[in-house]
Design a protein. Structure first.
Length: 80
């Protein structure tokens, strides 16, 4: 794996928490931050996929606004 070094500034309290967790997990500070960043980016990618799919199906259903979504949800909840 090719790497690149980044310099970032973090609040002292956050660094303290990172170090505590890294120590508990027998990991380095860098590996803990890499793992956290990977998890965050994966979560963002999943949400983007979910939103893209939702927009696709919304378009097929003729949904054009958030008000349309609220109306459909309300009708469904009230059995209309």
């Amino acid at each position: 794996m090719q790497t690149q070094t980044l310099n970032i500034a973090l609040p002292k309290e956050l660094v303290k928490k990172v170090d505590e967790v890294a120590k508990k997990e027998y990991s380095s500070r860098s590996e803990l931050i890499r793992g956290a960043l990977r998890a965050y980016l994966t979560r963002i990618e999943r949400w983007e996929k979910i939103l893209k799919t939702g927009k696709k199906y919304g378009k097929k259903m003729g949904i054009k606004s958030e008000e349309d979504v609220n109306r459909i949800v309300s009708e469904y909840r009230h059995g209309k």
